[in-house]
Design a protein around this ligand. Structure first.
Ligand SMILES: NC(=O)c1ccc[n+]([C@@H]2O[C@H](COP(=O)([O-])OP(=O)(O)OC[C@H]3O[C@@H](n4cnc5c(N)ncnc54)[C@H](O)[C@@H]3O)[C@@H](O)[C@H]2O)c1
Length: 433
């Protein structure tokens, strides 16, 4: 193992490269681990010093990455987590995987901007820079390229390769992983595309080439908007079906037997994470700001999905009312806080909105979720363990996230009433969304 000049890293294996991964969150860390495993030398740069310290100590903050993968990567000498951007010097390929949130309902690209600025001074002739963050079509060409060119004095497509490759990681999915999920790749020009494709061909089983960075950016937003709209469709259907006294879940089961032309989506308490509540809005914003036209499907889907927590609270309130009980002064136990089954990610979770509304009505809101890290907390709910005592002393249990490892028998046996938003339980005291 020979050391890289002026670096704490060792040389990559033969045929592999020196990679800088900007952002060591869910996407960046997953890519970093894979890159080290196939022989690249990786600097994992993150502005969050605490996160970097934990990574350097072999601690994983990403549910799907076992700590052993991090300690193995560190032991190989080819993984360096750091909060010093100068450690990225000498990179051959850089991948930017930083957050793209909304601010006041509009795309906030400040993280991409600052990542690109930090990187630009280390860009050299022959370098490749790839954006992975989800963003509206045009970002790579119109924002990333000018920042890199200005900061490096080099020209994209001439001296430097630039590309976009959207991430398709699905947290908690053990069947479709980074390696076996086809990866869309694109380049600013033909040479860039070649460099981008060659890099990802070392990481994944199959790359899918598209004609431009804009097309790749749109591909990602199409995938997420498709899910967002279809989830909204079944959510709205669930509300109608309940009023019409029809079992929507049976109808979905029956429709799912059609071998073509139908894809199963399920209703729920609302959407969370990044893909559904945020990404489609990037596309709608671009259509509106460029063309002056609303993207009506996205607006409608946002409207339906954002109001699902209200609907859950309304259903709970109606069932209390039917029994001449009041929510005020009662105790409600939420089962699951994360936005997605078997994961610990509570970002944008509908559980918080449900808890907030119940809290305002004078409810003592408690929540059990073994997947959410203990340091996660929200002022409107008290985190508890799922025990017989917690279940039986709550007037209602609301299944928000149906993690596989919950003891549903315990809930079935001891709950006084269950509102199940995920169709996980059955029994005389269980009501489905
Ligand atoms: N998590 C997913 O499942 C998923 C899937 C597909 C796409 N994406 C997209 O990938 C991007 C990253 O998402 P994520 O889930 O990894 O986010 P994350 O919040 O888990 O991690 C992002 C990391 O970037 C760091 N960071 C922010 N600004 C930085 C800067 N200027 N320089 C260096 N580091 C910086 C943050 O400290 C954080 O650790 C987003 O655009 C997201 O929409 C995420």
């Amino acid at each position: 193992m020979s050391a890289l000049p002026n670096s704490r890293l060792v040389e990559p294996l033969a045929g592999r490269q020196r990679v800088a991964l900007i952002g060591q969150g869910y996407v960046g860390l997953t890519l970093a681990m894979r890159a080290v495993e196939v022989g690249h030398s990786v600097v994992g740069f993150d502005v969050d010093e605490e996160r970097v310290k934990r990574l350097a100590a072999g601690e994983s903050q990403v549910g799907d990455i076992e700590p052993a993968r991090i300690t193995d990567a560190l032991a190989s000498g080819r993984y360096l987590p750091t909060s010093r951007v100068d450690d990225c010097a000498l990179f051959e390929v850089a991948v930017i995987a930083v957050p793209t949130p909304l601010r006041d309902g509009m795309p906030d690209l400040s993280h991409i901007e600052s990542a690109a600025r930090s990187l630009a001074r280390h860009v050299r002739a022959g370098s490749t820079v790839i954006l992975e963050s989800t963003t509206y079509p045009g970002t790579t060409e119109e924002m990333l390229v000018p920042i890199l060119e200005l900061g490096s004095g080099l020209a994209a497509g001439v001296d430097v390769s630039v590309g976009y490759s959207p991430e398709r990681i699905d947290p908690g999915n053990t069947t479709w992983t980074l390696t076996n999920t086809p990866k869309v790749v694109s380049g600013f020009d033909d040479r860039s595309l070649e460099a981008v494709k060659a890099f990802y061909d070392t990481l994944v089983e199959r790359t899918v080439v598209v004609a431009s960075t804009k097309e790749a950016e749109l591909t990602k937003l199409l995938e997420n908007t498709f899910r967002h709209v279809n989830v909204a469709l079944v959510n709205e259907l669930a509300m109608f079906a309940d009023d019409l006294d029809i079992d929507v879940w049976s109808a979905i089961d029956a429709a799912s037997t059609k071998p073509f032309g139908f894809m199963r989506f399920e209703p729920g308490p609302g959407v969370g994470g990044h893909c559904l509540p945020i990404d489609p809005t990037y596309l709608a914003w671009r259509a509106k700001s460029r063309l002056g036209r609303p993207f009506r499907f996205v607006e409608l889907a946002n409207d339906v999905n954002e109001h699902m927590p209200d609907y859950v609270v309304r259903r709970l309130s109606a069932s209390f009312n039917a029994d001449r009980r009041v929510l005020n002064g009662s105790r409600v136990l939420l089962l699951g806080v994360s936005y997605k089954r078997n994961t610990g990610d509570a970002s944008e979770t509908p559980a918080v909105e449900i808890a907030r509304q119940l809290h305002q009505m004078g409810v003592d809101v408690r929540a059990a979720d073994p997947h959410v890290p203990p340091r996660w907390a929200d002022p409107v709910l008290t985190m508890v363990d799922l025990t017989r005592d917690e279940v039986s002393s709550a007037e209602a249990v609301v299944v928000v996230t149906d993690h596989d490892d919950f003891d549903y028998d315990l809930v079935r046996k001891h709950a006084r009433y269950v509102l199940d938003t995920r169709h996980r339980l059955d029994g005389p005291r269980v009501e489905q969304l």
